[in-house]
Design a protein around this ligand. Structure first.
Ligand code: NAG
Ligand code: NAG
Ligand code: NAG
Ligand code: ZN
Length: 970
């Protein structure tokens, strides 16, 4: 059994990893001007660093942080200078120098206009070693006869990442100047700025030089005014080894071979870019190859290229991305009513990439799993990931890149928007997937769990609160991406998608945040919208205050009310809200007759709505979960909804079947309804074949497994799930002609995985035989893996759980030999599914040996093992025994102690475990817990909450499961 909770947990982990990857990966900015001449320079930047340190620094309220007097100590650039263009030459060395260091050299000229008289030039520069000219770090000259003051002093201001140049007299407003610098930087493997990625090809190590500038690392590649509103034109030149190819944002001119410093090298120059932000720059030097649509077959003006390792391209792994890029671009051209803004579109897959992808203008970078697809080895989930990430990045080519946010505090609009429309774009490329519905599972449900905490934060931040690079990086979270998308989806639904997209392209309108003026203007020409309040007033309540409401409908009286929804009803909300945590809530609702109605809740409660029901009727609100809120009803309506589910669930839209389950379980956690009511929403599932309700139930039941899978509740709970899942297992058996074909539907393919994993873990007849049979066939003929890619994770896991050392060792050798990253990941997870303690302990030991398990995978492996009920205590012992070693040797880079502590303590729900955790904290108090400090506190808090929850619910949950499995199935 243990592994049902594990299977469920893994789905959650995968989803979380996916979310995090999207979050960090997909990137950037939004909009102020949508005009062909968006050259408007940084005069719009607003006052620099006017309001001092952000509240988030945790300074006591009494000490008003003072604004540093020296401009170079402030994190925002002064508004006295505005860049016009750059001319940059970079030469990355793909071989280490004598000191064993990989470096790049370069020189750069920036042309800028003086907007306000000043005797100070402040420009970003980080980790660059600048050459001195007569004692100064830069050379200044004037254009158009401007007189040039001499440099009196220059230095690097490290905390704020500036090159500061003081002048003997003032620059003149209205005149332009040139600043020249020469520099050396490290081409490190740190995944930021201009960095190095490596891979093996035919046993030869290949080095790639590539970039990740967002949000604030362009300044690591060359000195620049590194703020999004400081747009300029870039003339790039790359020097690179003969035989390599150089790519950048713009089209290249013909490369030439030249001799520099006695070496023959190739020089590639690029056409000037459009006016653009520094964070969208990209350049790559590599030995990759590409595919493109054969000329002639192409309907688009531009011909997109997909770049990757030669082997990956030869194996056709770029074909899927290429085939989908055209349709998605065509979709967005229509959606934005505006042609693709550039002359070329390159997309490149990199072996080392920190995020999922980055929307560099004209040269989008991806990690391999986000762009490459192998039909034999990749699952349909891998495929969906590729389609949505491409769609997200292409959406930014207009929204974000052409039209760019003024400052990072508006990031949510950029990212929320791209996330929302990525579903529309992917839908145009894969119309059969119904992917627009999945936004509810992938974004809305997930982020509601975060936004229901008292520690959440509003979508929008104040400009003055976002100053330092780490504050900017912190914004890339699930609120920004997923809640941003959910709230824009809600807007799009209540003003209609047609009006929403027209708002984006409305001519000559400045789309300025919080003004929503283009949507207003559209409203003016679309009187039939009939909103009760302005779009701005409605949206401000969702943007400027954190959280969301629970709407409670009393169908006996028609009373409807709202309240800030908190997962822990006892938590204290300290953050004030300008709207006292009330929202303007668009409520769509329907009764048994299916006629949908729209109602706006504009105050705390309305005692007199039409939302009442007569005998035999039922009422459903938040149709298709288009609103970002939860719904509670009087108990009578709940009962009627349950009855409807049990008799004719198809009468309730599939998204709402998932919504009812998710709302009920979350309302139960918040003590707003009983746990038994939540469990009752799963009773009808034995008739359900759709993915969304099953997936929602399985995620919510996961918590029950974590709490009870080592207690007497476990048996009856297993029996109940077995009873519910058996019909689904048989349904897929039939649909797939006894497991010989793949279901046609995209979500059916997902749900087949749910059916098999839950059936095998609860012992449904025929399941284990099936998975072990497939696995044995593969063991007999290791070069011939016939297991369908969608099912591999769950089949491997099930077979290894049922098997012994032979199965385990076979999977281990397959893991070590895997050449495709996604296949290796599936095996790495499945190895944690064994029920043999000694194998689990051995696997844990491997985690400390980088020859066995790469350091980057150590955390996830330990967490996988801990999510196995048998592995959990072993992993906890292991962590305690090896804490110092782990802490000292694995402390850097991607090793996440926070995630480790979370994963290993997730099940803790007894006083004994609480004491152990406290003891652990005391034992290591001097060494500290580094990045796990907060996780440890949260683990203690969560354990307390779990103890309470279990003591409150255990008896009734046990009784309910027992009773449900005693009653006959019908
Ligand atoms: C540069 O030199 C290499 C090797 O001699 C040659 O293959 C390549 O065609 C040359 N490229 C150009 C642009 O002349
Ligand atoms: C939108 O149009 C309706 C109907 O004309 C009007 O009542 C409402 O005030 C308008 N809203 C805005 C924001 O202009
Ligand atoms: C709800 O979603 C389903 C599935 O996407 C769709 O067919 C249906 O039209 C939607 N209902 C409403 C009222 O929008
Ligand atoms: Zn993005």
């Amino acid at each position: 059994m243990f592994y049902i909770s594990k299977a469920v947990a893994v789905i959650a982990v995968v989803a979380a990893v996916g979310a995090v990857a999207t979050i960090i990966a997909l990137s950037v900015v939004y909009a102020q001007e949508k005009a062909k001449n968006e050259v408007t320079a940084p005069s719009t930047t607003g006052p620099p660093a006017t309001t001092g340190s952000p509240a988030t620094t945790g300074l006591p309220a009494t000490t008003t942080p003072s604004i540093p007097k020296e401009p170079w100590k402030r994190y925002r650039l002064p508004d006295s200078l505005a860049p016009i263009s750059y001319n940059v030459t970079l030469w990355p060395r793909l071989e280490p120098n004598k000191g064993g260091l990989y470096i790049f050299t370069g020189h750069s000229v920036v042309v800028f206009t003086c907007v306000k008289e000043t005797d100070l030039i402040i420009i970003h520069s980080n980790k660059l070693n600048l050459t001195r000219f007569q004692d100064h770090l830069a050379k200044l000259s004037g254009l158009d006869g401007a007189t040039v003051p001499s440099v009196s002093n220059s230095w690097l201001e490290e905390p704020t990442q500036y090159l500061v140049v003081q002048l003997s007299s003032k620059l003149q407003a209205g005149k332009s100047y040139e600043l020249y610098t020469e520099f050396v930087g490290e081409l490190a493997d740190d995944l930021g700025g201009f960095y190095r990625s490596e891979y093996m090809e035919d046993r030869v190590k290949k080095v790639v030089a590539t970039t990740q500038m967002q949000p604030t690392d362009a300044r690591k590649a060359f000195p620049c005014f590194d703020e999004p509103a400081m747009k300029a034109i870039f003339h790039m030149t790359l020097i690179h080894p003969v035989g390599t190819v150089a790519l950048a944002n713009a089209m290249n001119y013909e490369p030439t071979n030249v001799t520099i410093e006695g070496q023959t090298v190739t020089r590639t120059s690029f056409e000037p870019t459009k006016i653009m932000s520094t964070y969208l720059l990209a350049f790559v030097v590599c030995e990759f190859t590409f595919i493109r649509t054969p000329p002639g077959a192409d309907v688009l003006v531009i011909n997109p290229l997909i770049w990757a390792r030669r082997k990956a391209i030869e194996e056709g792994q770029g074909d899927y991305a290429l085939n989908k890029t055209g349709p998605i671009l065509t979709f967005f051209e229509k959606y934005y009513n505006s042609p693709y803004p550039l002359e070329k579109s390159d997309q490149i897959a990199l072996p080392d990439f920190s995020a999922g992808a980055m929307e560099n203008w004209g040269l989008i970078t991806y990690r391999e799993t986000a762009l490459l697809y192998n039909p034999d080895m990749s699952s349909n989930g891998d495929k969906e990931w590729v389609a949505t990430v491409i769609s997200h990045e292409l959406a930014h080519m207009w929204f974000g890149n052409l039209v760019t946010m003024k400052w990072w505090n508006d990031l949510w609009l950029n990212e929320g928007f791209a996330t929302y429309v990525s579903y529309l774009g992917a839908n145009s490329a894969e119309p059969d997937w119904n992917i627009k519905d999945l936004i509810v599972l992938n974004e809305v449900h997930g982020v509601m769990a975060v936004d229901a905490l008292a520690s959440s934060h509003p979508l929008s931040s104040k400009e003055e609160d976002i100053q330092k690079p780490e504050q900017i990086s912190e914004l890339f979270d699930s609120i920004t991406y997923s809640k941003g998308a959910a709230v824009l989806r809600m807007l799009s639904e209540f003003i209609t998608e047609a009006v929403f997209s027209r708002g984006l392209s409305y001519p000559s309108i400045t789309l300025s945040l919080f003004k929503w003026s283009s949507f207003q203007a559209v409203n003016a020409t679309t009187p039939s919208l009939g909103l009760p309040e302005s779009v701005e007033d409605i949206m401000n309540r969702w943007i400027l205050q954190m959280g969301f409401p629970v709407v409670t409908i009393d169908t006996k009286t028609g009373r409807v009310s709202q309240k800030h929804f908190l997962l822990d009803p006892d938590s204290v909300v300290e953050r004030p809200s300008p709207y006292s945590y009330e929202w303007f809530v668009p409520i769509t609702w329907a009764k048994a007759d299916g006629v949908e109605q729209q109602y706006w809740l504009l105050k705390k409660e309305d005692t007199n709505t039409k939302m009442t029901i007569g005998t035999g009727e039922w009422l459903l609100a938040n149709i298709n979960m288009t609103g970002f809120y939860r719904v509670n009803y009087d108990s009578e309506n709940w009962e009627r909804l349950l009855t409807k589910l049990s008799s004719q669930h198809q009468d309730i839209p599939v998204i709402n079947r998932a919504q009812i389950i998710d709302d009920a379980f979350n309302l139960a956690r918040a003590k707003a309804v009983s746990t038994i009511l939540a469990l009752k929403t799963t009773k009808y599932l034995f008739r359900e074949v759709e993915y969304m309700p099953w997936q929602t139930a399985s995620r919510n039941l996961d918590y029950f497994f974590l709490m009870f899978d080592r207690s007497e509740v476990y048996g009856p709970m297993q029996a109940y799930i077995k009873k519910q899942i058996t019909p689904l297992f048989n349904y897929f058996k039939e649909l797939t002609l006894n497991w010989t074909k793949i279901p046609d539907g995209h979500t059916d393919q997902y749900n087949q995985v749910n059916a098999i994993s839950m059936a095998c873990s609860t012992g449904v007849e025929g399941c284990e035989e099936l998975t072990t049979g497939w696995f044995r066939a593969w063991m007999k003929d290791p070069t011939n893996n016939l297991i369908n890619a969608n099912l591999r994770s769950t089949v491997y896991c099930s077979a290894i759980a049922a098997g012994g050392v032979d199965e385990w060792d076979f999977a281990w050798s397959m893991y070590k030999n895997a050449t495709i990253a996604s296949e290796a990941d599936k095996l790495m997870y499945a190895l944690s599914c064994t029920k043999q303690p000694w194998l689990l302990n051995r696997y844990l030991e491997y985690c400390l040996d980088p020859e066995m398990i790469r350091k980057q995978d150590a955390t996830s492996t330990i967490v996988y093992i801990a999510s196995n009920a048998i592995g959990q205590p072993l992993a906890w012992d292991f962590i305690r025994a090896n804490w110092n070693h782990l802490f000292n040797d694995y402390g850097g880079g991607s090793f996440s102690f926070g995630r480790l502590i979370n994963g290993v303590t997730k099940r803790f729900s007894t006083e004994f475990e609480y004491k152990q955790l406290q003891q652990f904290k005391e034992d290591h108090v001097e060494g500290g817990f580094g990045s796990a400090t907060m996780a440890l506190e949260q683990a203690l808090e969560r354990t307390k909450a779990n103890i309470n929850w279990v003591s409150l619910n255990k008896e009734q949950v046990l009784a309910w499961f027992t009773n449900e499995t005693a009653s006959p199935v019908y």
